[in-house]
Design a protein. Sequence first.
Length: 521
Amino acid sequence: MRLPELAINNRSFTWMVLIFLTVLGVRSLVTMPRTENPEVTVPGSSIIVLMPGSGPMDMETLVALPLEEAVNELDDIKRIITDLRDGIAVISVEFEFDSDADEKYNEVVQQVNSIRNTLPAEILHLETWQWSISDMSMMLLALVSDDAPYAEMEQTTEDLRKRIDKIRSIRKVSAYALPEQEIHIQLDFEKMAMVNTSLDHITRAIQSNNMNIPGGDINLGASSLSVKSSGSFRELEEIRNTVINAWQGRLIYLRDVATLGYGYEEQNYLARFGSRSFDEDHPGVEHLGSGMSRGMRCIFLGISQKEGLNVLETGEALEPVIASFREELPEGMQLEVIYNQPRTVEKRINGFMANLLQGIALVGLVIFFSLGFRSSMVVVLAIPLSLTIGLGFVDMSGFGLQQISIGGLVVVLGLLVDNSIVMVENINRYIQMGHPRREASILAASEIGWPVVTATLTTVLAFVPIAAMPDKAGQFIKSLPVTIALTLTVSLLIAIAFTPMITSSFLRDKRKRRVDILLTA
């Protein structure tokens, strides 16, 4: 193998390549995306249909089956799953993993629109969602208060959402467990009977007065004006003054037969934040007792960021916004952080850095006792160089720094020094045989170059089946074998090119040391 000799003879060029790759790796380490898990997008869509008053059987016959038949005409469908409940139908369509997610979503929308007119007119809402990994929350907050009305908590939530939306890396802020505000109308059926007014009169009157109806255009010479009747209710008083009927020559208003007021929709779930109590005899069973064991009423806010960005930078931008908003909260409200992905990712990265330093120290200590100080320094230097340059290639491969790739770095940490240890030991052997250090570096590295390549190649090939795993599971774990393979390949190049170049000038020459001893004597 001539690579060690070329690296030693072209020392300046070797140093330039090494410095360039190291700078590239450091840049990737600083700028590459950081998330908790790999960003794996599964091509699929969900169709959500709301038709109040319909049972599961009606939803299946009138809504689910026509939509399933229309969507089933598409290609590359892996599975269709339908969930039916009272008044709700959710049709989930998953496509083959190698399909184009955006293209398949557009095809689903086209199929739904093509049969929309054939579906029941009683459908209140029909929506199509595209599955996206960025919908996952990278931070979850809780606005806690037992006393504040929901209207005040909703306004506070909206103020916080507007501030967070100003951060460029934020995709959206979603509020959970916040009941929709409604206008409750309590009818007096006795008064309705006295003025000959039915429930149908009231329903039609409210619906007809709460519409925006286009009125056409008015042409005035060269100008054209659009006419539209604005009938949407803006205030509660407008609803009270709605005419619902006429009786004995006078108009009957809604306020005459009903009491109106603001309220909230019926809550089918409760959101609580606080301490929990558990039965000592049954630790898996949670008991909601009185007081703080039930927690405090709250509203959850899920914050998701855009794809391919650094979650640590997003977390740094969010922290001052949350801290300043806490100081401005109304009395009786608290803002708590329930889940903080940036801190989780930072903790794992710091844990890896601690493992890296421990590994370098232990390897250096072992090599120091077996090979000496200078040899241990050469071997120890190969660890950070291999990891840094390897991360540069991992970044160019399209992977970020997350728990799977960090796991790959931890696995490869113990394999990086094998090549350099074998190389340095063989070079020391040639020096002990009396060869000058430059000649010893060339001869020793050339002698074991191909065996080192073969050994590294067999290790790398062991991870190829993992990298070739199909479907979303394979894509999720793919960064692990890729990180290991690229870092091991870099460590191989370090061992057969950079290590001989360093030892040719850094290790002590045995003949010079013998002359020094004789002169001293």
